[in-house]
Design a protein around this ligand. Sequence first.
Ligand SMILES: *Cc1c(COP(=O)(O)O)cnc(C)c1O
Length: 229
Amino acid sequence: MSIADNVQAIRRRMDEAALAAGRDPKDVLLCAATKMNDADRVKEAVAAGVDCCGENRVQELMQKQPLGAYEGVPVHFIGHLQTNKVKYLVGQVALIHSVESERLAAEISRRAEALGLRQPCLLEVNIGAEENKRGCAEADLPSLAAYAAGLPGLDVRGLMTVPPIGTPEEADGWFARMKELYDGLAPAYGYTVLSMGMSGDFPAAVRRGATVVRVGTAIFGPRDYGPAR
Ligand SMILES: *Cc1c(COP(=O)(O)O)cnc(C)c1O
């Protein structure tokens, strides 16, 4: 299957899931998770009609952007962001999905203010309370949301999560919980974006209210991490 075939098949499954949940398929965006795929492959996905591209590493983004990899669609940052890399992203990406702490939020805001803009962001939640997973703890989300809403350089649009690896039923439970958290905060803060669902579970995420799914493997095939070192 080509990248174009894969994108078409994913879109069909997204549409089915949206309709099954009584949602408008147009309300769900397909973000291509492009990590480890070169500029030519990313261009193929863009040509096939993905809505946006999501990169995990600042360096990879800065290598592919000058090659026109994302031309025609917005580029998002979806990976772990170190505060010392914030300066490369602010004003360069349409959405940062991975704000997980007050420290990171403050640094993004500071850099954005210096450029005279407000950086669109999402707050990442460690919904499974996993030890080695990024994202803020569920218990800390209300205070992070309040803090981020008060930062002049930040434009928080909603929430993002990467749930624990598990069965489809388990994933569905995590997505349902994320939707509850989202619904609890959205009226107060005007959130419109809920980023959840990957190759193995995006239909469940769409049924539970995702407005962006981040799909890599199902578009590009398995990532080649090279020989073990
Ligand atoms: C890699 C990645 C994805 C996509 O994962 P697949 O299982 O390949 O679809 C989504 N979100 C984040 C944050 C990722 O790092």
